[in-house]
Write a protein that binds this ligand. Structure first.
Ligand code: UFG
Length: 332
């Protein structure tokens, strides 16, 4: 198929682009490069632009006979979203709606949407199933939920078919080692821990050690980015063969604490990771673990990189080869 991938130069987008190309799809990446990296989108045609540019979208849909969209382009930091909700509503909702409208206008039928566990808010129970109430506790989750809701109504009224994938903690890198996680600023646990192992940071601050968990630190469900990418391809194939719109969680179903992640990183890298204990980070639930049975049952998805050590090992390969990331910051 001919597929437009918005945000295809970003972390999860670029890994999905690679999976699509391996599946012999033709990929056009639309990315404004505010966070993405040109080198990450290699193998695809990269168009620098924004989903708010509906003229550009119409042109790309027509010129490249686009049959499906995967929509990754978004702002994705929980803390930043609390401080700057306006930017999140504009980037994630206003620009997302512009994309949906352009798709409807051009008759592009299928959308795979990058959603998040943050739509659930503080969990009432774990593992969290797709039936869990959606009560986001930050604008990031709220904006992703808002677009999911719009997609439903657009589906009913205009026939748009969508699959929304609610990721838990995306981590790791393609084992080839040439694409990986490079955010500025970096806020995610695994890259931060590996930056300490590399000697690029003096220590890792553990946010809270008094949670009601076995070792007192937060527990998360880490899922390899290539397993996320594979789920996007499966979701598209399923819709193209007639499946209705759907929403799926994506996680491994096992939780690891912050201290377990640090220990795994020390074992993988054979370097010590210095730790300082700090206060809880506002808005962090104690435990977030996915119930992913639905996507296993309905799409036949199975993680290939399920173990924490494997995930950390692939991330480490990327960091070792690219200690300063993509080194393209001059492009912004
Ligand atoms: N952590 C630290 N120190 C750090 C960074 C993180 O202790 O320097 C801890 C956090 O408190 C948390 C865990 O490591 O307990 C993981 O934190 P991340 O920032 O890597 O990931 P989050 O769980 O906060 O965020 C993820 C996704 C978001 C999504 C959220 C859902 O990255 O997109 O889950 O709550 F919104």
């Amino acid at each position: 198929m001919n597929i437009l991938v918005t945000g295809g130069a970003g972390y999860i987008g670029s890994h999905t682009v690679r999976a699509l190309i391996a599946g012999e799809h033709r990929v056009i990446v639309l990315d404004n490069l505010s966070r993405g990296h040109t080198a990450a989108a290699r193998g695809a045609l990269l168009v620098r632009g924004d989903t708010s540019d509906t003229g550009l979208l119409a042109e790309l849909f027509k010129k490249h006979k686009i049959e499906a969209v995967m929509h990754f382009a978004a702002s994705s930091q929980v803390g930043e979203s609390v401080r700057e909700p306006s930017g999140y509503y504009h980037n994630n909702v206003v620009k997302g709606l512009a994309l949906l409208d352009a798709m409807v206008q051009a008759g592009v039928p299928y959308l795979v949407f990058s959603s998040t566990a943050a739509v659930y808010g503080e969990p009432e129970e774990v593992p969290i199933s797709e039936e869990h109430p959606t009560l986001p506790t930050n604008p990031y989750g709220a904006t992703k939920l808002a677009l999911e809701s719009a997609m439903r109504w657009y589906g009913d009224a205009y026939g748009l078919r969508f699959t929304s994938l609610r990721y838990f903690n995306a981590a790791g890198a393609d084992p080839a080692g040439d694409i990986g996680e490079d955010h500025t600023p970096e806020t995610h646990l695994i890259p931060l821990v590996l930056q300490v192992a590399l000697g690029n940071r003096p220590h890792l601050e553990v946010f809270g050690s008094d949670y009601p968990t076995p070792d007192g630190t937060c527990v998360r469900d880490y899922i390899h980015v290539n397993d996320l990418a594979a789920a996007h391809v499966l979701a598209l194939d399923k819709m193209a063969s007639g499946a209705r719109s759907n929403i799926y969680n994506l996680g491994n179903g096992s939780g690891y604490s912050v201290l377990e992640v640090i220990k795994a990183a020390e074992e993988v890298t054979a370097k010590p990771v210095k730790v300082k204990y700090g206060a809880r980070r506002p808005g962090d639930p104690a435990v977030l673990v996915a119930g992913s049975q639905k996507i296993r049952d309905e799409l036949g998805w199975e993680p290939c990189f399920a173990g924490l050590h494997t995930i950390v090992d692939t991330a480490w390969r990327w960091h070792l080869g690219h200690p300063a990331g993509y080194e393209e910051r001059n492009e912004r």
